[in-house]
Design a protein around this ligand. Structure first.
Ligand code: NDP
Length: 284
């Protein structure tokens, strides 16, 4: 006789509005299964009006933690008990850890990127160019600054947003930062050591699109990263790889932020390879 369903020992999940296509659930569940953990990751559609109740509900049900996607990344902050350093600096939270009933806000997007980058190069002292000044660019920029980046140049279409991010980096970290207004094909400065596409250009289904830069200014010794996870091999990465650059794809960032979340929630070291394979299946 089949046994009645037993309690799940650890509940985790995502609060998203509206329930957007999000591959994190699939990779976290794959990691749980691989580790033989009695844990689940549930994607919940939570509207802005229901966020506070959803947060309280997670505490009441003994969840280990949850992710927040847009538009909750900033709104969730006022419902939390404390913020980790990077989340405080970035001003946004994508991952909440519930410990002894206390809600701790973290931002693991930048940390996920940093882990991925460090497999190729240590950012300390490096001259880094970031294309874009949105939420992901902000998280990555602060994490790179905390890791001791030498100089960060923010390139953005909206001048005031890029300048605001560069000013925040200068004022709140010890890294030097500046901004460039992106109005024509951007010429990458010759002394750039790491170039990062943190825009949404190239994301599926717009897979032929590339950031508008002067590709003749991309030199072979530059290390180039794209944060677009789908497709993993973007037109941007293909173009710079053909110019001799070593490249880093966006899958690593996505996998590593999940590894960090699982470490905080469940106290285990998740198998990154299992998650990467799951993503590769999803994205084809
Ligand atoms: P935002 O909407 O906050 O930011 C998008 C940025 O891209 C803005 O700076 C925007 O500029 C810029 N941008 C968009 N189109 C263009 C263009 N044609 N030319 C120049 N700049 C452009 O999004 P997020 O920062 O949250 O996410 C950005 C991308 O990163 C998404 O595609 C997402 O999939 C990916 N991502 C990947 C993660 C991973 O784990 N690999 C994690 C998080 C995000 P403007 O403000 O001028 O419009």
């Amino acid at each position: 006789m089949a046994l009645p369903e037993s309690f799940v020992s650890q509940l985790t999940g995502l609060f998203a509005s509206p329930a957007a296509e999000n591959p994190t659930g699939a990779i976290v569940e794959a990691a749980y299964r691989h580790a033989g953990l009695n844990a689940r990751y549930v994607t919940c559609e939570v509207g802005p009006a229901g966020l506070e109740a959803a947060v309280r509900g997670a505490v009441a049900m003994g969840w280990a933690g949850f992710h927040c996607s847009l538009p909750h990344k900033i709104a969730v902050v006022k419902h939390l008990d404390e913020l980790a350093q990077a989340a405080e600096l970035i001003g946004a939270v994508n991952c909440v850890v519930i410990r002894d009933g206390r809600l701790i806000g973290e931002n693991t997007d930048g940390q996920g990127f940093l882990t991925s980058l460090r497999a190729t190069v240590e950012p300390k002292g490096q001259r880094i160019v970031i294309l874009g000044a949105g939420g992901a660019a902000r998280a990555i920029a602060f994490e790179l600054a905390l890791a001791g980046a030498g100089h960060i140049l923010i390139v953005s279409r909206r001048r005031e947003v890029g300048e605001g991010l560069a000013r925040d980096l200068r004022e709140r970290t010890s890294t030097d930062a500046s901004a460039a207004h992106w109005h024509t094909p951007f010429a990458v400065p010759a002394d750039t050591q790491i170039l990062i596409n943190a825009t949404s250009v190239g994301l599926f289904p717009d897979v032929g699109a590339k950031p508008e830069i002067d590709y003749s200014t991309v030199a072979a010794q530059m290390i180039v990263a794209d944060i677009i996870p789908n497709p993993p091999r973007t037109a941007f990465l293909n173009e710079v790889e053909a110019r001799g650059c070593e490249v880093i794809d966006g899958l690593g960032m996505l996998v590593n932020q999940a590894v960090i979340a699982i470490r905080s929630w469940n106290g285990i070291e998740a198998d990154a390879q299992v998650m990467r394979e799951t993503l590769t299946e999803i994205f084809g």
